[in-house]
Design a binder for this molecule. Structure first.
Ligand code: ADP
Ligand code: MG
Length: 272
């Protein structure tokens, strides 16, 4: 098997489509025959809910418990936290136990690499591991970035806040310098584009603003009711409306994700 790619989906702003994108990219990669693990690194457990576990806080074992075990040096003999989804991928649920872990990390040695220790112990079974980040730049997000080869940044089409991007990219670069030299920005992509906020030249405008420092992906994810429904449909967009424009858009994004680190070597090298 080729080397596993670990990819965080991050943006400190909430509601930009991170969790929906992790689900749909993961389902799309699985449709393409890839072995995929999704990890919910958000104490809110939104991804976990989308994947059908509606009460993430009642789960007997989730990512927070696993990270606590890593911190206390307990060996994880059986991976009961890894669940299988009917669309052909595995996932690790997340819940509010992660908040306690995040707070407790302050006093832990190697606090930035607790999640990486876990991811490194399970990733050899997978082609892709996708990490869904909480909307912050706190210690859980730092842990996700420290564990990743690439970060994907969804940006809402009508909210291209330059300061937010500068802050996020600054964090990525700091983690690259100090903790994880292999981390690269896999790309920025636009989400929730509609007729009022999306113009044909939006991608070009994003490229002009950020393109010098960041690879901007071609895919633009539309704002659609069908995608909003994915959070409660127990189906990714590829099952919910396989022939619609949203499935076509996420299909395009999956192709771009598959190309990250392959054809795009030159492009992602720009953001070193
Ligand atoms: P984040 O993880 O960044 O907070 P979510 O993926 O949870 O974002 O999306 C926020 C809300 O917007 C959710 O209710 C979700 O169902 C909805 N949503 C996500 N993507 C789209 C889209 N492209 N069009 C319309 N609604 C969307
Ligand atoms: Mg989310």
């Amino acid at each position: 098997m080729a080397k596993t790619k670990v990819i965080s989906v991050a943006n400190q702003k909430g509601g930009v489509g991170k969790s929906t994108s992790v689900y749909c990219i993961g389902a799309g990669l699985a449709l393409d025959g890839k072995k995929v693990l999704l990890i919910d690194v958000d104490p809110q457990g939104d991804l976990t809910k989308m994947l059908g576990l509606r009460k993430p806080h009642d789960l007997p074992r989730a990512l927070g418990d696993v990270m606590s075990d890593v911190v206390s040096g307990k060996e994880i003999a059986e991976h009961t936290e890894i669940m299988h989804h009917h669309e052909g991928f595995d996932f690790v649920p997340g819940n509010r136990a992660l908040s306690a872990v995040e707070t407790g990390l302050v006093n832990v040695m190697s606090r930035e690499t607790v999640l990486r220790q876990y991811v490194d112990s399970v990733k050899s079974d997978y082609d892709y591991v996708l990490l869904d980040c909480r909307p912050s730049l706190g210690m859980l997000v730092i842990n996700a970035l420290a564990a990743s080869d690439y970060v994907l940044i969804p940006v809402q089409a009508d909210y291209l806040a330059a300061e937010d991007m500068t802050e996020l990219v600054g964090t990525v670069q700091q983690i690259k310098r100090q903790i994880n030299p292999k981390l690269k920005i896999g790309g920025v992509f636009l989400t929730m584009a509609n007729e009022t906020n999306f113009r044909r030249d939006t991608v070009r405008a994003v490229k002009e603003n950020f393109g010098k420092h960041l690879p901007v992906l071609q895919t633009v994810i539309p704002a659609t009711v069908r995608l909003a429904e994915v959070s409660t449909a127990d189906k990714s967009i590829f099952k919910h409306e396989p022939k619609g424009q949203a499935a076509a858009a996420y299909g395009g994004l999956v192709k771009e994700v598959l190309a990250i680190g392959e054809k795009q070597r030159g492009r992602s090298a720009q953001c070193r």
